[in-house]
Design a protein. Structure first.
Length: 87
C-alpha cells in the first residue's frame, strides 16, 4: 500500500446537471465551496469526494459535510437537563 496518491474532487449540480470538478483551494490551503467549470470559477455547494487508485481500480469515498454538526447526544442531554431528568 506504499506510494498511494489521493486527490480531492467535488460532486456538484450546475444548471440541472451533475459534474465532478476539482475544488478551488486558497493559497492558505483552505478548500472553498467554489469549483472551476468551463473556465470560470463557480460557487457550487456539493459533496467532497476523496479518490484514489487501489489494485488498478479507482476508489471513491464521499466525505461528510464539515459545516453540518449532528445534533444527537448533546442536544438531547441539554433538553433532559432543562426538563429536570437525570441521565
Amino acid at each position: 500500500m506504499a506510494n498511494r496518491v489521493a486527490w480531492l474532487t467535488k460532486r456538484v449540480k450546475i444548471g440541472g446537471e451533475w459534474f465532478v470538478r476539482k475544488p478551488i483551494v486558497k493559497p492558505t490551503g483552505f478548500v472553498t465551496e467554489k469549483v472551476e467549470h468551463n473556465g470560470q470559477t463557480v460557487h457550487a455547494p456539493g459533496t467532497f469526494v476523496l479518490e484514489w487508485y487501489e489494485a488498478g481500480k479507482r476508489q471513491r469515498k464521499p466525505l461528510p459535510n464539515p459545516r453540518v454538526k449532528p445534533r444527537t447526544h448533546s442536544a438531547r442531554n441539554s433538553r433532559h437537563l432543562r426538563l429536570g431528568h437525570t441521565a
